[in-house]
Design a protein around this ligand. Structure first.
Ligand SMILES: *Cc1c(COP(=O)(O)O)cnc(C)c1O
Length: 345
């Protein structure tokens, strides 16, 4: 029996918005724009994002783990995957077999990869104290290596005036003058917005491709993901009655409540309880009560007539959702669930 039931929750993905966002990064200077597609393309789907961005001209893609690489294959011609976490002993056989290269972060990783004779990308820690080689150790470690890309990563790009931005830029520029590499790369999405001095040869935008944060010219990133969920039940509740777990919503007037097939298991964050909204015929319908695992309720009293089985649009502008949920746009995007039917337009 070939049974494939329809899904009552859809993630509607706007491929044109994704590509337009990337083009704005690619157009912001002479620097090439890659794309971070780690964490399943920030929740939207890494392979779908890769194929669309590769067709638009993106050549360099970044994931965190080797484990993320097989799902991206086969790669379009000319496309390269780099693995930000580098290599370890147990990953070497897979790393040598897969069409991807590591970004090396520690002297031990450099020693391991040096034996392969393959080109390397190096990550230098210029002040974040997270991942990467110390600038002072790079010249010695680099001897005899062909460095395809020398990277560093900025800690404070969301606070443009933070002194660490300029300090990291200065350390990276000093090192770039001393260590030959094919390309130099420093900026993530918000780093690109700090100006051309931060761009070097290659930028690595992530969240800005997927609707979070700003484009390099300061406009908001275009929203890529929208949710839609089926109304499972409609009910009329009298003033004074409550909706959902914890009785966290109490109707102030006689209200019509739509319960839809969408919950925090789908990435509709619990922080959107009583704070999110759906749209019905252009009317904003506030979330009524707590978002539960599989269900959320919206007050559709003011909406045009709806029926059980209708779909509600649930906009998912990551920054707008971040502002009301107490989560960041990054967290909200990467939490997009696996249960959705993902529909690319
Ligand atoms: C995730 C990541 C990026 C992308 O960062 P955004 O803030 O999402 O643009 C760039 N570089 C490195 C090293 C990363 O880990």
């Amino acid at each position: 029996m070939d049974v494939n039931p329809p899904c009552d929750a859809r993630l509607l993905l706007d491929g044109d918005a994704l590509v337009a966002n990337w083009r704005d990064f690619a157009a912001c200077g002479p620097a090439e724009a890659g794309a971070a597609i780690k964490a399943d393309g920030y929740g939207v789907g890494a392979r779908d994002a890769l194929l669309r961005l590769a067709a638009a001209g993106c050549r360099r893609f970044y994931v965190a783990h080797w484990h993320e690489v097989p799902a991206l294959l086969p790669l379009p011609d000319g496309v390269q995957i780099s693995v930000l976490h580098g290599v370890a002993d147990d990953v070497m056989p897979a790393a040598l077999a897969l069409p991807a290269q590591p970004v090396l972060n520690t002297p031990a990783q450099v020693a391991l990869w040096r034996q392969t004779g393959r080109p390397v990308e190096l990550m230098v820690d210029t002040g974040m104290n997270r991942l990467g080689l110390a600038p002072a150790e790079v010249p010695d470690l680099a001897a005899g290596l062909t460095i395809a890309v020398l990277h560093s990563h900025l800690a404070c790009t969301e606070a443009p005036a933070h002194p660490l931005n300029a300090a990291q830029l200065g350390r990276f520029a000093d090192l770039a003058a001393r260590v030959p590499a094919g390309l130099y790369a420093l900026a993530n999405s918000a780093g690109a917005g700090l100006g051309p001095a931060y761009h070097f040869d290659l930028i690595r935008p992530g969240v800005g491709l997927y609707g979070g944060g700003l484009l390099p010219d300061g406009r908001p990133s275009r929203t890529v993901a929208h949710m839609a969920a089926r109304i499972l039940q409609l009910r009329d509740v009298p003033a004074g009655s409550s909706v959902g777990y914890g009785a966290a919503f109490v109707a102030a007037r006689p209200s019509r409540i739509a319960t839809v097939a969408l919950g925090y298991a789908d990435g509709y964050a619990r922080g959107l309880s009583n704070r999110g909204w759906a749209l019905a015929g252009g009317v904003r319908c506030p979330a009524a009560g707590r978002v539960s695992m599989d269900l959320a309720a919206f007050d559709v009293t003011d909406a045009p007539p709806l029926a059980e089985g209708d779909w509600l649009d649930i906009p998912f502008d990551p920054e707008a959702m971040a502002a009301v949920s107490g989560r960041t746009s990054y967290e909200l995007l990467v939490a997009l669930g696996r249960r959705f039917e993902r529909v690319w337009a």
